[in-house]
Design a protein around this ligand. Structure first.
Ligand code: LLP
Length: 420
């Protein structure tokens, strides 16, 4: 590995020479994923009865197929995500796909009814609307326990400032609506945010046991509980990763308490997005210009926040490595890495609030490749066509020999065709 290469949990098969050849073959910017890393992360969660992938993190159908082959079920948060899951071979009707949301738009309501996709309801209105159309439909209740936690305010999904979930004190009302509408309660679900730590986890587990108690007191039975997602990953060298055995242990203890209350076995689900895919992916960009502005040295690459939105949106940190075009290492220097968009916030080295933070990186020259690491989650799936930039290609590497194009690059003509 070369100087400046980020190797905290670096995908094994994505070495610099492979990346150079992928850039030549498929062009830049380019999303690259390593299938081996995804399989490894799935295996780390095998103690849970069900691992349900929150596909919003990376919804390419080939990634979903890989998940399905490994026995992972799937969460969908839109009609589009339901159709993606079906296209990847997930079966409707059972519990392979669950739809989670805080509202049902009319088209999505028709789709969950048509395919009998269980609904994880984040509002009581969803229960009423579903009940009116589909008696016996399977439902989960997503509960907001009154507190939350996240790597940024924007990813905290609990507490009174969050629009997510049914407020904990309305659980009894939700259960009454389920009974009145003739719906079938499957389980209770909680997801209080992305980037959850152990301290909050004990609180969440405790809250779940309390909710199971209330559910039972209201005369309802349960088959399952879901721990939600939120498992963090080490974005910075030195960040502690999640100890999945410890994580499972806390939830398993909560499950056992709940089983003692109910007098029977309960199925335990987990619903991660980031944990399964973030470290498998990287964004490959080409350096197209360098310039100085006062004390700042800028390196301009051909990828922007329309591709990777996380730094601009959350001030999120992503490790970066430079692959010099001639392969020989150069000294490093403080560098601001920015993209091609017509907007000052199009900077990959920034903190929350848009503060630009130069990063120590190998001195770059035009034609070098820049690797932005840990972009397998909320990378491609959050991309946009801003500045009329077509969506870029995605490649899945599987072992030393296979690199498959799993999404071709979009063409500007396809954008224009929508307006014809
Ligand atoms: N379950 C539910 C109901 C969720 O809302 C989410 C994420 C997950 C599971 C998966 O969370 P994860 O395990 O990936 O943390 N765009 C942000 C993250 C937003 C997450 C929204 N919901 C980011 O780039 O960090």
């Amino acid at each position: 590995m070369q100087e400046g290469w980020h190797d905290a949990a670096m995908p094994q098969d994505l070495n610099p020479s492979l990346l150079r050849s992928l850039a030549q073959r498929f062009g830049t910017p380019l999303w690259v994923y390593d299938a081996a890393v995804i399989r490894e992360r799935i295996a780390a969660l095998k103690a849970f009865d069900t691992v349900r992938f929150a596909q919003k993190a990376c919804s390419n159908t080939h990634i979903l197929k890989l998940m399905r082959e490994q026995g992972v079920k799937v969460d969908a948060v839109s009609r589009g995500e339901i159709l993606r899951a079906l296209a990847a071979g997930y079966r409707a009707g059972g519990d392979e796909i669950v739809f989670t949301a805080d509202l049902l738009d009319r088209e999505t309501l028709a789709t969950v009814v048509e395919h009998r996709v269980p609904v994880n309801a984040g509002s009581i209105d969803m229960l009423r609307q579903l009940g009116a159309m589909s008696k016996g439909h399977k439902v989960w209740l997503r509960i907001n326990p009154g507190f939350g936690h996240g790597h940024s305010n924007k990813t905290n999904t609990g507490g009174e400032h969050s629009k997510h979930g049914i407020w904990h004190s309305e659980l009894t009302e939700a259960l009454a609506v389920i009974k009145d509408e003739g719906l079938q309660l499957v389980g209770l679900h909680m997801h209080i945010g992305s980037g959850v730590d152990y301290g909050h986890l004990s609180q969440v587990c405790g809250a779940m046991v309390g909710l199971v108690r209330q559910t039972q007191a209201a005369g309802h039975d349960l088959q399952a509980i879901s721990a939600g997602g939120g498992l963090s990953i080490p974005y910075r060298d030195g960040d502690a990763g999640i100890d999945t055995a410890h994580y499972f242990g806390l939830w398993d203890a909560a499950r056992q308490e709940a089983e003692a209350l109910l007098g029977h076995k309960l199925h335990l689900e987990i619903e991660p997005g980031r944990f399964l895919v973030a470290e498998s992916g990287l964004l490959l960009a080409e350096v197209r210009a360098t310039k100085n502005a006062g004390n700042n040295h800028f390196v301009l690459v051909d990828a922007g926040f329309n591709e990777l939105m996380r730094p601009a949106m959350y001030g999120a940190f992503h490790a970066m490595s430079l692959l010099p075009r001639d392969g020989s290492p150069r000294p490093s220097r403080p560098t601001v890495v920015a993209g091609p968009l017509c907007e000052s916030g199009d900077v990959f080295t920034q903190e929350d609030g848009g503060v630009v933070v130069p990063r120590e990186l190998m001195a770059a020259e035009v034609g070098d490749l820049l690797v932005i690491h840990d972009t397998g989650a909320y990378g491609a799936s959050m991309s946009s066509n801003y500045n009329s930039r077509p969506l870029i290609a995605e490649v899945l590497v599987d072992g030393a020999t296979e690199a498959r194009l799993i999404r071709r690059r979009q063409m500007v003509e396809e954008l224009l065709a929508l307006e014809a």
